[in-house]
Design a binder for this molecule. Structure first.
Ligand code: ASP
Length: 247
């Protein structure tokens, strides 16, 4: 598991990766930010820090479910990296979505793309933005593989202008430094939040499949993705609530 968090106020950040026992990786990322002199701890050093901080930990088998074991077996047999198996690979027609088959990543087939990483972006009444992202990465990833989620600027970014969290094909998100790009085009091209999100999804992903959620200091909320769907929700202090999957 891996995670990161960034507080736009003062651009403080913390990140962790290579975790096998920490129940809530994003909480550990926050402790790296708040209680260590560092920005990013990984593997045994991150586990040691978790022990030292007394965060909730579980035996490794807590994280292993029968469903996941089954899916890992299928993924290994297919020599494939899988994003989310709970999304049916057919039946999209009723939602008006067209799916190409098979979708390839780095030349290997993947399931219909619907990322499952959890990200959160917030803006408060004073325009302060923050972002966090937490993930188990990709099914059948290589041991030692680090994705975009713990990488500040790639999977997570917050500044005095916006907060951004990404999901999707980590390798493509890293190449596009996606989260930071949203902030950069707002800053240097003067784009509004949704315009910035649209620009980055269109211009920075090449063939990669990904999506992101974002907020701005003026309280705008935006999202974008070039994959089939992206689970998302939005809540505001005046009671507005919305959830969505498809475009
Ligand atoms: N971005 C994550 C990764 O590549 C996966 C995901 O979003 O589902 O590790």
């Amino acid at each position: 598991m891996e995670a990161s968090i960034m507080d736009g106020l003062g651009r403080r950040c913390g990140a962790v990766s290579g975790l096998t026992t920490v129940k809530n990786p994003v909480s550990l990322a926050r402790l790296v930010m708040d209680k260590s002199p560092h920005s990013y701890l990984a593997f045994s050093g991150a586990e040691d820090f978790a022990k030292q901080m007394g965060v909730e930990r579980e035996e490794n088998d807590y994280f292993i479910t029968e469903d996941n074991m089954e899916m890992l077996k299928i993924a290994k047999e297919a020599n494939s990296i899988v994003f989310d198996y709970r999304i049916p690979t057919t039946g999209y027609e009723s939602c008006g979505v067209e799916v190409e088959s098979p979708i390839l990543m780095n030349g290997l087939p993947i399931s219909v793309y619907a990322p499952e990483t959890v990200g959160c972006v917030v803006v408060d009444s004073q325009g302060r933005c923050a972002a966090a992202t937490s993930t188990g990465g990709l099914m059948n990833k290589r041991a030692g593989r680090i994705g975009d989620s713990p990488l500040i600027g790639a999977g997570t970014y917050a500044s005095d202008i916006c907060g951004v969290s990404c999901t999707g094909e980590g390798e493509a998100i890293i190449r596009g430094t996606l989260a930071r790009e949203v902030g950069a085009v707002m800053e240097y091209k003067g784009l509004g939040l949704q315009e910035a999100v649209d620009f980055v999804i269109k211009e920075r992903l090449d063939e990669g499949q990904a999506g992101l959620i974002a907020v701005s200091k003026t309280g705008e909320v935006a999202y974008g993705f070039n994959c089939v769907g992206m689970f998302r929700g939005c809540a505001t202090e005046d009671g507005f609530m919305e959830v969505g999957i498809w475009e």
